[in-house]
Ligand binder design. Structure first.
Ligand SMILES: [Zn+2]
Ligand SMILES: [Zn+2]
Length: 248
């Protein structure tokens, strides 16, 4: 999953060795250049590198127009299908392992904040316990991991004897570019990680207001109100060579 696609994305994507043909979704927050200018290049490169699997792009109104019009002028990609979804608010993706929800950010133009919500994961399987109970490694282990029970001789062994309690999934909220706002607080409720617009330090709070961005302390306020566990200050203005004023 890739959230936004600025100019540097392609390079980072290759460096991260994310794999060209994996299942992939791209989520675009809004139609400002620093969030979409990397998209044509990335699509071109993926095709060039041999991607054949479908790619889904989710974004606000206008994202389909961007992709199709670039493709009309510069033939970018032909080897893999692209599915474009212009998203509203609420649940925008539902997958086997996770959901992605969107909410309106406040940026002076249509802008979506996204929350990645992993579904609860099965508990930890304890191989030593299984062996002690005389369950051989193989299909029976798999069945127990999938919370089924197995029969050893005449004894029925339920999964809870060898598998721990269900583990809660991870929640990550991505909210740029935005002023601090109630919709994002609600979307981010109890995130393990909140990645929030933090363009400016407090001394430039008027600038943050004028440009539809947030200060670091406003981002912290959203983290606090949403009871998020960790905050990543993000989308920091190039005027800060040193993050000290933001961290303060
Ligand atoms: Zn913007
Ligand atoms: Zn931006």
């Amino acid at each position: 999953m890739l959230f936004d696609c600025g100019e540097g994305t392609q390079r980072q994507f290759l460096q991260a060795k994310a794999g060209t043909n994996r299942k992939m979704r791209i989520f675009i927050s809004h139609m400002h250049g620093d969030h979409v200018f990397g998209l044509p290049g990335l699509l071109h490169t993926l095709s060039f590198m041999g991607r054949t699997n479908e790619l889904e792009i989710v974004g606000p109104k206008g994202i389909a127009d961007l992709v199709t019009s670039v493709n009309r002028v510069v033939k970018l990609y032909s080897r893999f299908p692209i599915r474009i979804k212009e998203a509203q608010h609420g649940r925008v993706v539902s997958d086997e392992e996770y959901e992605v929800h969107a909410a309106p950010a406040e940026h002076g133009m249509p802008c979506l904040a996204y929350a990645f919500v992993e579904k609860p994961r099965p508990g930890k399987f304890d191989p030593s316990k299984a062996l002690k109970l005389g369950i051989p490694e193989g299909p029976m282990w798999k069945k127990l991991q999938a919370s089924g029970s197995v029969k050893i001789g005449r004894k029925l062994i339920p999964s809870r004897l060898v598998v721990g309690p269900q583990r809660p999934g991870v929640k990550i909220t991505y909210a740029v570019d935005t002023r601090p706002c109630a919709a994002v607080v609600k979307l981010a409720a109890r995130s393990d990680l909140l990645i929030h617009d933090s363009c400016f330090a407090e001394a430039a709070s008027a600038k943050a207001r004028d440009y539809g961005h947030s200060t670091a302390s406003e981002a912290a306020g959203v983290a606090k109100r949403s009871k998020s566990r960790k905050l990543a200050l993000f989308h920091i203005s190039a005027m800060y060579e040193n993050p000290a004023p933001l961290l303060a």
